[in-house]
Design a protein around this ligand. Sequence first.
Ligand code: GAR
Length: 192
Amino acid sequence: MTKTPIAILISGRGSNMNALIEACAQPDYPARIALVLSNNPDAPGLETARAAGLDVMAIDHRKFPKDRESHERAVDAALVQAGVEIICLAGYMRVLTPYLVGRWHGKMLNIHPSLLPAYPGLDTHARALAAGDTEHGCTVHLVTDGVDEGPILRQARVKVLADDTAQSLAARVLQQEHVLYPAALSDYLSRR
Ligand code: GAR
């Protein structure tokens, strides 16, 4: 089967990246990883990706002070060079400018730990608990200009338990993220 070359962009531990690595290793999965890229040279996920034999690259945003777009231009050049067709943001904690979003319109997916449009941004689990929500979850969506906005591709729901802390809830949501992201990507590629 023809596998679509994807890039995974990370900033930290990369557990969603790892779920995508495992999915892409399956012969019948419709994507392969052409590049793992991070804005953070110390992201632990880079080591995981390297150990899996993948091409990895760090483009440190701190070397582009006060200029998000020039950092994104360097990122974009690396993605094009690697032959990437689809980007998966997986804990890539950068606010994107219209430049990168426009360049990859309809070709950039993100995973977010809430049932969007509820709780864009940070601390989603604590905010869901503080609001007394009975249900929480995660979303894979296409990236548009707003932070954690854009057409929703798939969601997974998790029941909030009476004794949940932000940590326990986050752990159960994360398990769902690891199932949701590979499924949503595969789905999206088959519909393109
Ligand atoms: C994940 O929970 C992901 O949904 C979240 O960051 C975490 C990264 O973990 N992303 C966002 O909050 C994006 N707004 P990981 O590095 O282990 O995949």
